[in-house]
Write a protein that binds this ligand. Structure first.
Ligand SMILES: [Mn+2]
Length: 364
């Protein structure tokens, strides 16, 4: 079993209570991340059929023992054929008339197979109801995120001190990932970004064979995963002596980030927070060089809701966990990004990442 079991009964209970409001007799949860969130199951084949009274879990032979351990309160059914079909037949047998499905992650073929297996059932979309619930983290999720982030901060501190000219970006990425594992992570949250010199102008410059050179800005964006939860940390440093231009860009990005973090609180719209950082960077003359959103939610997925961007809709809820990551990217010159993870509350936020981000661009 890859992980210890997590008590997810409250989450399942909350969904059950909402079914009448959603005007469905049951829901089929097929998105594996949502299945994990609601049931604790960490395998790659699992599906839950949830009704106001009970919940059934469908998986295959490979996960018989794991499911028995991880999803204990649910009735587990081991299927030889399609799990969706099994759930549809169950819905038919129990004469459900309206059943919710996660249409945003079903293929057209899968939707058709549901309709074919249970033509009397009306299959309706639950939109992203579970993703929305996942935005607000409970106490155990915050603890797990803290662990993932703590590991990542430590890995960064241990590797950044060892940056040297001649190391390739890939070698740096390897050291970071090795350090994550050594510190207890189960893996990385996403492809490690090490972007140096002119490549630091690439917001998603995945580590390459380029060698670090004296004078390079080096942007490192990476994270460890712990019990399924993702950390996300970005820092930019300079290898050797920095120029005044490099220090200026760093200082603008850092100030933009601090301004957004100072104001970050529940009740504010994601686009308002984005605008605080964006207006500052624009005022300094680099608005066009900050081409992405300010941040995103983070949890079981590295990118999830809520979004902090100029196109985001809705206000932030207390309990959501978001990144704050402004950047300036200047083509053929380089770039700077600084990213923290923040836990939003009614009276501000707590910055969970602790890796240093001194006022002056660090020179390694
Ligand atoms: Mn990020």
């Amino acid at each position: 079993m890859p992980e210890e079991s997590v008590d997810t009964s409250c989450r399942l209970e909350a969904l059950r209570r909402r079914l009448p409001v959603m005007k469905v007799d049951a829901v089929v949860i097929s998105n594996l991340t949502n299945v994990r969130y609601l049931t604790g199951f960490t395998g790659t084949a699992g599906l839950a059929l949830v009704t106001p009274a009970d919940a059934s879990f469908y998986t295959d032979f490979r996960y018989e023992a794991q499911a028995a351990e991880q999803v204990r309160p649910l009735r587990v059914s081991i299927e030889k054929r399609s799990l969706l079909r099994a759930a549809a037949l169950q819905a038919k047998k129990r004469r459900f008339s309206v059943v919710g499905v996660e249409t945003h992650c079903l293929t057209v073929d899968q939707k058709e197979s549901l309709e074919k297996a249970a033509p009397g059932v009306k299959w309706v979309s639950v939109k992203q109801a579970i993703e929305k619930a996942r935005e607000v983290k409970d106490a155990s999720e915050i603890e797990t995120l803290r662990t993932a982030i703590g590991i990542t901060d430590k890995a960064f501190e241990s590797v950044v001190a060892r940056l040297r000219p001649g190391l390739t970006e890939s070698e740096v990425a390897w050291k970071l990932e090795e350090s994550l594992i050594r510190l207890g992570a189960e893996g990385k949250s996403f492809e490690t970004i090490v972007a140096s010199g002119a490549r630091s102008a690439l917001p998603h410059g995945v580590a390459s064979a380029k060698k670090l050179q004296l004078g390079d800005l080096v942007t490192i964006d990476f994270g460890g995963k712990y019990q399924g939860y993702c950390a996300d940390l970005t820092r930019t440093v300079c290898l050797g002596k920095s120029t005044s231009e490099q220090r200026k860009i760093y200082s603008i990005v850092r100030s933009a980030q601090l301004r957004a973090e100072e104001r970050l609180s529940s009740g504010l719209a994601g686009k308002v927070i984005d605008k605080i950082a964006r207006d500052y960077i624009t005022e300094k003359g680099y608005g066009k060089e900050f081409g992405h959103g300010l941040g995103h939610g983070v949890g079981l997925n590295i990118h999830e809701g809520p979004r902090l961007s100029s196109t985001a809709t809705g206000k932030l809820c207390a309990g959501c966990v978001v990144t704050v990551e402004p950047g300036i990217y200047i083509k053929d010159w380089g770039g700077v990004r600084i990213e923290d993870v923040a836990w939003v509350s009614d009276n501000g936020c707590e910055i969970l990442t602790t890796a240093l981000k001194p006022a002056r661009l660090p020179e390694i």
